[in-house]
Design a protein around this ligand. Structure first.
Ligand code: T3D
Length: 260
């Protein structure tokens, strides 16, 4: 039986592929468990300095597996399922001290869309679709969607996306700020891996600290955020990569960052 998520490492980039293409990579227990393991594996491995998360086949992920008995029984405690299955994953992605590129190769629906939005840079193939599918089946957005949406696209668009639950084509997703860039479908994965390989040669520790600053930003007032920057910049100022960056600038050569 094939793995529900595959993991490959090349050029400092871990590529994590959701792999249940026959159901558009719907999220069942096995897939979620392996995905959490693979994100933890990438976090722990110093050889990994950037991640790409994508889907096998024609979808990124259709969200929670609606065929699984424990999802649609009507008696399941979905709050508990979210706390144990999804929250550790979303927090691990947000807090991962390495950049994550979500390469959305097809439909990203429900919690599948939430997982895509948990990446640092979201790329989409031209045929990708984004769908806040939740209210179509009588649920509310979860796995971080109500956190990410107002922050990425603003309050009005977030409300419309949630309530109308319409399929948003990649070009519209880019226009409203859900996506950084749209690529022709066949170029999406090569581009994502190339971009990740470039990020993997950059000062990884500085990226980790920058992620912390950005994660803190929207909950802070200006004074608190300035202090957050000062605290994190103090750390960045003590890294080998900062010394290397300045030395390379002075010597008019390319820097050779080690990620520490
Ligand atoms: O318990 C918990 O985990 C709680 C958390 C809930 C969070 C959520 O994510 S709720 C939202 C769940 N997702 C959805 O409601 C989306 C359901 N899927 C769709 O609406 C459509 O499939 C799509 C719009 C995503 C794609 O449509 P289309 O026409 O491109 O494909 P399709 O023909 O509908 O699907 C292809 C196959 O995938 C099909 O199987 P079949 O008939 O060929 O054997 C379909 O049943 C299967 N599939 C699609 N989505 C799911 C799924 N199987 C299980 N779960 C799915 N979510």
């Amino acid at each position: 039986m094939s793995e529900p998520v595959t993991y490959a490492l090349a050029n400092g980039v871990a590529t994590i592929t959701l792999n249940r293409p026959e159901v558009l990579n719907a999220l069942d227990e096995a897939l979620l468990s392996k995905l959490r393991q693979d994100v933890a594996r990438a976090a722990a491995d110093d050889a990994v300095r950037a991640l790409v998360v994508t889907g096998a086949g024609r979808g990124f992920s259709a969200g929670a597996d609606l065929g699984a008995a424990n999802t649609n029984s009507g008696t399941a405690d979905l709050g508990e399922r979210l706390r144990t299955r999804y929250h550790p994953l979303i927090v691990a992605m947000r807090d991962l001290p390495k950049p994550i590129i979500s390469a959305v190769n097809g439909v990203a629906a429900g919690a599948g869309m939430s997982i895509a939005l948990a990446g640092d840079i979201v790329l989409a193939g031209s045929s990708a679709l984004f769908l806040q599918a939740f209210t179509r089946i009588g649920l509310i957005p979860d796995a971080g969607s109500t956190y990410f949406l107002p922050r990425y696209v603003g309050e009005m668009r977030a409300r419309a996306l949630v309530m109308l639950a319409e399929k948003i084509p990649a070009a519209d997703a880019e226009r409203i700020g859900l996506v950084w860039k749209v690529l022709p479908d066949e170029e999406l994965l090569p581009y994502a891996q190339q971009l990740a390989a470039r990020l993997a040669t950059m000062p990884t520790k500085a990226y980790a600290l920058a992620k912390q600053a950005l994660n803190a930003s929207l909950g802070n007032d200006l004074a608190a955020q300035l202090e957050t920057e000062a605290r994190l910049q103090r750390e960045a100022g003590h890294t080998e990569d900062f010394q290397e960056g300045v030395a390379a600038f002075r010597a008019k050569r390319a820097p050779d960052f080690k990620g520490r």
